[in-house]
Design a protein. Sequence first.
Length: 294
Amino acid sequence: MGSAVELFAQVTLNGIAVGAIYALVALGIVLIYKATEVLNFAHGDILVLGAFCAWALISGAGLPFWLALVITAGGVAAFAYGLDAVVIRRIAGQPQFSGVMLTIALAFMIRGAVSMTFGAESQSYRTPWTGQSVQVLGIGVANLSLVIMGVVMTITLALWAFFRSTRLGIAMQAASQNQLAAHLNGVRVKRLNSLVWALGGATAAVAGVFLAPVTLVDISLWLVTLKALAAIVLGGFGSIPGAILGGLLIGLIEQYAGVYLPHGFKDIAAYLVLIAVLVLRPRGILGEAHGRRV
C-alpha cells in the first residue's frame, strides 16, 4: 500500500511539472488570441527557436543558465514583436482563417530557419539542477521539476499583477475586449498588439528553455503546441485561468495514463481529452458559453 501511495504521489508531482510547461505554452497562445484574435500556430516553433538559442548560449558560448535565459527571452520577444509589426499586422481586418494560414506558413519558415542555422540533430545542455533531487514528504523529486513549477507560478503571478495593476496591462485588456473603442480612447492598439506578441514570445522562449533539459533540444519540440491547444480547449478557449488549469490537468492526465493505463495511452491521452471536451462540454471548464439562436 505504501509503495502504491508513493508512486501515485511521484506521478502527481511529475504531472504538475510537465503540466506547468503546457500551461505556460497555452498561456502565450491565449494572450495573443485575446489581443489580436489570431490563433498562433507558430507558437511552438517560436518555442523551438528559444530552446536552440539557449543551447547555443549555454553549450556554445558558455554563458550561465540564468543569463542565457534572460538573453533568450529578450531576443525571442524582440523577434515576436517584429513578426507582428512586419507580417501579422498586414492581415488586420481579414477573416480569422487568414491568420491561421499565415501562422502555419510562418511555423514552417521558422522551423526551417532554425534547422538550417543550428542543424537538425538533437542537442542537450545542463542546468544548475541537472541530476539533483530532494526528498519531499519522503518522495524523491527532481530539483528541475521544482524549479519549473516555481518559475511558471512566478510568471503567472507577475502577469496577473501586470494586467491588474499597470496602465499598460489595463490598456492591453481594453484593446483585447474592443479594439475600436480602445483606439477611440487614445490607446495605440497596433503597438499594444505587437507588445502582446512580444510577451507571448517571451513566455514561449522560457517554456522552451525549461522543456529542453527535460526532453532534448530538438525540432520536434513544436509538438508541445498540440498539447497546449488541448489544454486551452479543456480549460476554456480564450480563458487565461482556463489555460493554466487545462495545462496542469493535461500534464496530470498524461502521467496517470502512462502509469495506470496500457502502453500507448500516454501518447494519445491529451487528444482523447480534447475530443471528449469538444463533444461533451465545448466551452471547457472555465470558458463562457456562446450560442446563436436560429
